[in-house]
Design a protein around this ligand. Structure first.
Ligand SMILES: Cc1cc2nc3c(=O)[nH]c(=O)nc-3n(C[C@H](O)[C@H](O)[C@H](O)COP(=O)(O)OP(=O)(O)OC[C@H]3O[C@@H](n4cnc5c(N)ncnc54)[C@H](O)[C@@H]3O)c2cc1C
Length: 428
């Protein structure tokens, strides 16, 4: 329900910065403005910050959800003139300098859109209705429940076709999320499935990755693509390159090659688009639904509105379609905007992205890493991947939980979290 009354925000003598979104961009902006002469109003529809790079581990039973989400209020304990409101922002009124949320109206002096991105199904309505994306903690739990429920159905059936339908997993997209998910399911298939489901010994999990492009991990080096494809194939993942999904009705995946795959488990990782509330001029929105910003992250045509992270498209010579939609972009833009907001506008500095390299893991001791022209694979890349992710997770307890889980998985080859916490009900 939309309320038209003002949301209570304690009075404050400082100018108010309203930040929509407590993802990497919003959190790092708010942290960098700690106790500065601004009132910070941080808004998110959830009361937690989620670490999206490890969503696939929740989906594949490697981690519990609470290991990769962190309470927003805990991050900002002891911050002065800081307010958090859990609400969904519905629209922006730039003329009146306020936003409408589902609990009422909030005024701003500066507004920062850090609302991230959502699944982009490129208009494939049937795929959208019948698949599950991998963008939120709720979706990763849905993927886990759906697959575990379907394997139970296969176990309960004496019909071969039903067993095959439920034991086939199709992942659309071979970017880092798709490759990492496929690798984790391949380990599940090898080390857990035969022990947990001995009645299905004649129906091994079939794992397919469908990629419209010519290589997996296309944003990484050719070497990384080749090495990861090699690893996936060794792990018995069927990778279909140069192939797009045409339709999916919940059972049959129809591919551009003319091939069909029967599966009740379709995971969508093939694309994202910016998400933000209504009220931004359509001419400032790119085809991937990101908001065009200038070199200071200011939304074109709006004086007091900024966009940072996935939702922002800053077109530069090096990045003509905007910076990569990854955590370092979001973090760096949040921190950079915090510096500019403390200066007179005439002294603002343009944003410069520092590319720290790319990493992806395919499984235990299998990863690829690109740092400029340097390329690593195998154990060393896997060690870097694990260390970088452990350092980046919010909260000591979460780092410890994730670290212990990984050690346990490493030693025992077991994924202890194959639990159906809440049952998944298919959307259609
Ligand atoms: C599966 C997966 C794996 C990934 N792996 C990697 C990786 O290995 N390395 C890497 O660098 N990047 C990775 N990324 C990308 C990275 O997570 C994103 O680039 C990053 O999260 C973007 O940060 P952000 O702050 O812009 O948006 P987000 O982190 O998406 O945060 C946006 C926030 O805004 C909130 N919000 C949105 N709309 C509203 C609204 N209307 N009202 C209130 N709140 C709202 C959301 O609840 C959310 O908390 C991965 C992403 C996914 C999905």
């Amino acid at each position: 329900m939309t309320e038209s009354k003002a949301v209570y925000i304690p009075p404050c003598k400082h100018p108010r910065i309203v930040i929509i979104g407590a993802g990497f961009a919003g959190i790092h902006l708010a942290k960098a403005l700690k106790n500065k002469p601004f009132q910070i109003v941080l808004i998110d529809k959830n009361n937690f910050h989620q670490f999206q790079p490890l969503l696939y581990q929740v989906a594949t039973s490697g981690l519990e959800p609470d290991s990769i989400v962190f309470p927003i209020r805990k991050i900002f304990r002891n911050y002065k003139h800081f307010v958090f409101r859990m609400t969904d922002v519905l629209s922006i009124n730039s003329k009146n300098k306020n936003i409408t949320t589902d609990i009422g109206i909030i005024n701003y002096d500066h507004l920062v859109l850090a609302s991230g991105s959502t699944n982009n199904f490129y208009g494939l309505k049937d795929v959208e209705s019948n698949s599950i994306g991998l963008k939120t903690i709720q979706e990763s739990l849905d993927i886990r429940s759906n697959i575990l429920q379907n394997i139970e159905k296969a176990n309960q059936s004496d019909d071969d076709a039903t067993r095959r339908l439920h034991t086939s997993i199709v992942i659309i997209g071979a970017g880092p999320a798709g490759v990492e998910t496929a690798g984790a399911f391949a380990e599940f298939k090898k080390f857990i499935y035969p022990k947990d489901y001995p009645e299905l010994r004649n129906f091994p999990l079939q794992i397919h990755v469908i990629e419209a492009g010519k290589r997996v991990l296309s944003a990484m080096s050719e070497k990384s693509s080749k090495d990861s494809l090699n690893d996936l194939e060794k792990m018995q993942v069927h990778v279909h390159l140069d192939t797009a999904i045409k339709s999916y009705d919940g059972k049959t995946v129809e591919l551009s090659s003319g091939e069909t795959i029967l599966s009740s488990n379709l995971i969508w990782t093939a694309g994202v688009k910016g998400q933000f509330p209504e009220g931004i001029d359509a001419k400032n929105i790119t085809p991937s639904n990101r908001i065009e910003v200038d070199l200071f992250n200011k939304v074109k045509g709006h004086d007091s509105i900024f966009a940072i992270g996935d939702v922002a498209a800053m077109q530069t010579e090096d990045y003509p379609r905007g910076h990569p939609m990854v955590a370092p972009t979001a973090i760096q833009q949040g921190q950079h905007l915090a510096k500019n907001l403390q200066l007179e506008e005439a002294n603002w500095k343009p944003f410069n992205y520092l590319d720290k390299g790319s990493l992806a893991t395919i499984g235990k001791r299998k990863a690829v890493a690109d740092f400029g022209k340097l390329h690593f694979r195998g154990k060393f890349a896997w060690f870097i991947w694990s260390t970088v992710h452990l350092i980046s997770i919010s909260g000591f307890k979460n780092k410890l939980r994730v670290g212990l889980n990984w050690v346990n998985n490493y030693v025992s080859y077991d994924k202890g979290n194959r639990l159906i916490i809440r049952k998944y009900k298919p959307k259609s």
